[in-house]
Design a protein around this ligand. Structure first.
Ligand code: SF4
Length: 361
């Protein structure tokens, strides 16, 4: 089982972000930490294989809040048996002392939300950090002894040229991270970017998307990264074990406001409201808000959609006879490949994962 903890706080809100998050405002972070540790006490029964602290910005928690949270986790979990403990971080929110604390608390992997090394793109994205802070944060984490460092990047951003993207990729490679995630910007509902798109002030460009995707694939593979999932690249032995668990369909427990869990084919979601989350956990020990049972068909479709994103692809036996015939046509177009009992996307097909998944489900 995988364990996810959602920390909803950010210093400021990026205009493209659709995760559940907010500035601390009137919320007491101390009460939130108390509620999160209480929820872990009540709901964490099975031993997890990995832990992932996401958000929001977990790295903006103060040293004392981080220590309180991890002390509670260490009481429940033998960290020496875990495959991986990941913490999402923003370069503007930690210094050398805090990075050292991450390591002392048991963090093995830090995922840095950098997005771009071009100042004008960071400005468009409303990011809190500077290019210098982003570059320096890698050496701070290395010196603190963090074994695995990921850099999150984003492409197809309005105002981003191909040269900007290439420069960001080259800058990233030069910093020698262990893992890189490169996401195509998507315009999610209820974001400022989505509104700009609706008003015609921003435009999607599928040609750009594919071109930027292939540039990342070419440069990062040439630099020794394994392109093991649509948006993810790893140096040997630095693949994200937690995310691989999601893609393989392992059970996961999500704690914190808005966190989703899937256990024994039941998907549930916590209330997406931090104040109500805290009150509810204080009174009844959990903050479950909705749940549904996933039948075999729903799980099969999910296996296809997630598996096609990975280098390992999917088992042919997951496809219906009609979908298998359509897969044959896609293979003739050079978009996917049949080998033994599996199908994997290749060449142009890797940039077309969503439309191809729709064809096959
Ligand atoms: S820092 Fe991360 S979680 Fe917070 S608003 Fe920006 S993208 Fe969203």
């Amino acid at each position: 089982m995988l364990l996810y903890l959602h920390i909803p706080f950010c210093h400021r809100i990026c205009p493209y972000c659709s995760f559940y998050k907010h500035t601390p405002g009137a919320t007491s972070i101390g009460s939130f930490i108390d509620a999160l540790t209480e929820e872990a006490k009540q709901r964490l029964i099975e031993k997890p294989r990995t832990i992932y602290l996401g958000g929001g910005t977990p790295s903006m928690l103060s040293p004392s809040h981080l220590s309180r949270l991890f002390t509670a986790l260490h009481e429940k979990i033998d960290f020496s048996k875990l495959d991986e403990v990941t913490l999402e971080a923003n370069p503007a929110t930690f210094d050398a002392a805090k990075a050292k604390l991450f390591r002392e608390l048991g963090v093995t992997r830090v995922s840095l939300g950098i997005q771009s090394f071009a100042p004008h793109i960071l400005e468009i994205l409303g990011r809190e950090h500077t290019v210098a802070q982003a570059s320096e944060s890698i050496s701070i984490l290395r010196e603190a002894g963090i074994p695995s460092i990921n850099i999150d990047l984003m492409f197809s951003i309005p105002g981003q040229s191909k040269a900007d993207w290439e420069e960001t990729l080259q800058h990233t490679i030069a910093l020698k991270p262990d893992h890189i995630s490169a996401y195509n910007l998507t315009y999610e509902e209820d974001t400022v970017f989505f509104e700009s798109l609706r008003r015609g002030e921003m435009r999607e460009n599928e040609d750009h998307d594919a071109e930027f995707f292939h540039l990342a694939d070419e440069l990062l593979e040439a630099a020794g990264f394994d392109h093991y999932e649509t948006s993810n690249y790893a140096k040997p032995a630095h693949h994200s074990s937690h995310n691989q668990g999601y893609w393989r369909g392992e059970d996961y427990l999500g704690l914190g406001p808005s966190a989703v869990s899937t256990i024994d084919s039941v998907r549930s979601k916590n209330i997406p409201d931090t104040a109500r989350y805290v009150t509810q956990v204080q009174s009844i020990g959990h903050a479950l808000h909705e749940s549904e049972s996933l039948d075999a068909e729903a799980r099969r479709l999910e296996r296809i959609a997630l598996g096609l994103r990975t280098k390992d692809g999917i088992l042919i036996s997951l496809l219906s006879p009609d979908a298998l015939a359509r897969a044959g046509h896609l293979a003739n177009e050079g978009l996917l490949h049949f080998s033994n009992d599996r199908i994997t996307l290749i060449h142009r097909g890797r940039a077309l994962v969503d439309p191809i998944a729709s064809e096959l489900i």
